[in-house]
Design a protein around this ligand. Structure first.
Ligand code: SAM
Length: 191
């Protein structure tokens, strides 16, 4: 049994289960491509993955990672240089699975980070495009200033979602430090 010591690991366990049925997937923050690769390696055949990032550097890194580590030809990975709140412009279909891994590009410019208002707007748009039994994972990093603001905003918003339509969990290591990364996991259960 794998030791669970961070929220990314928890997200991957849940994502793996959700990938059994997901056909249209959004990676809302491609970054260095670790999550995109995980999604691509575990997706079913004929799945479309849309990976967004605002930075060309991130998309270059993510594409390289995919080229070097994923040889699947039965799925389509689309890299899109745009903000995740523009998802409507780039993805026509409704969504089965979305992941946001917030914050800044590891190894990149730390001043370019996800911003609370844009993240919240994107999350609302994704929820509207989510199919019933679709899932959204949001990994938040409250250890830096904007991340703390973002984390509180997402937690408040997600807590307020009607349980008739959504189930929402918040998973965080509680004996590491007060600001350990957290996972918000949302499933749409009705409409
Ligand atoms: N998922 C990535 C991985 O596995 O390597 C890590 C993502 S990194 C923590 C966060 C990324 O979000 C950065 O690359 C940053 O450029 C991107 N980002 C910031 N604001 C964004 C926005 N509005 N839309 C899309 N991506 C954004």
């Amino acid at each position: 049994m794998q030791t669970l010591s961070n929220s990314i690991q928890i997200s991957h366990i849940l994502l793996k289960e959700a990938l059994n049925t997901a056909k249209v997937i959004v990676d809302a923050t491609a970054g260095n491509g670790n999550d995109t690769l995980f999604l691509a390696q575990n997706a079913q055949s004929n799945t479309d993955i849309y990976a967004f990032d605002i930075q060309a550097e991130a998309l270059y890194n993510a594409k390289e990672k995919m080229k070097n580590s994923c040889i699947r030809t039965d799925i389509k990975v689309n890299f899109i240089q745009a903000s995740h709140d523009e998802v409507q412009t780039h993805v026509e279909d409704n969504l089965d699975l979305v992941i946001f891994n917030l914050g800044y590009l590891p190894g990149g410019n730390h001043a370019i980070t996800t911003k609370s208002e844009t993240t919240l707007k994107a999350l609302q748009i994704m929820l509207n495009k989510l199919n019933v039994h679709g899932h959204i994972a949001v990994v938040v990093y409250p250890g830096h200033e904007e991340g703390l603001k973002e984390s509180q905003l997402i937690k408040d918003f997600a807590s307020s979602l009607a349980k008739k339509y959504f189930t929402v969990g918040w998973y965080q290591m509680i004996n590491h430090n007060n600001n350990a990364p957290a996972l918000c996991w949302i499933e749409k259960v009705g409409e």
